[in-house]
Design a protein around this ligand. Structure first.
Ligand code: PNS
Length: 161
């Protein structure tokens, strides 16, 4: 049986932590949909199109990964594309509470979709898009935390460079 999974998120912007999870997800599932949420109540730095472009640069290396967008309920999207798994990354215990709540709610919304938690490499356990944006905004280096293309775009956004 072929198993497809959705890896949803804001990806504002994609970090090496996300890339690590994409790599792990791609090794387990037959197909992985990296799905960018369109209707977020967060105020993103990058547009949906920019976020998709950055992700596409990253997933080029994987033949069984595609980048998509979704709006509305995640479980509806998962069912629409025939995915039976939602992949979420857990870095530390502090992530767990929110993730558990979402997983349980998603299970209530659809019993056909199972959430699978994955841990990124230890080196990325303290990495987040929020911190990356903050460091970049304040002129710090994000080298080694995000792919080079993302690094360039962050500089452009913050310094106009
Ligand atoms: O990267 P993020 O911001 O932690 O991702 C959050 C995301 C996109 C996974 C979550 O906000 C989501 O699934 N939104 C879609 C709306 C939805 O299905 N809400 C009910 C979830 S219990």
């Amino acid at each position: 049986m072929r198993i497809s999974a959705v890896y949803p998120g804001t990806f504002d912007p994609v970090t090496y932590g996300h890339v690590d999870l994409i790599k792990r997800g791609a090794a387990i599932f037959d197909h992985l949909y990296v799905a960018v949420l369109k209707n977020t109540d967060k105020l993103p730095l990058f547009t949906v199109e920019e976020r998709v472009e950055m992700l596409e640069e990253v997933v080029r290396a994987f033949r069984n990964v595609s980048v998509t967008t979704f709006c509305g309920l995640l479980v509806d999207y998962a069912e629409k594309v025939g995915a039976s798994v939602i992949v979420r990354g857990i870095r530390a215990v502090s992530d767990y509470e929110y993730e558990l709540q979402m997983a349980m709610m998603n299970r209530r919304l659809s019993a056909r979709v199972e959430t699978v938690f994955m841990m990124p490499a230890e080196a990325y356990s303290y990495l987040s898009s929020r911190l990356v944006k903050e460091i970049s905004l304040l002129g710090g280096s994000v080298k080694g935390l995000v792919p080079p293309g993302v690094e360039k775009r962050l500089k452009k956004k913050h310094l106009g460079a």
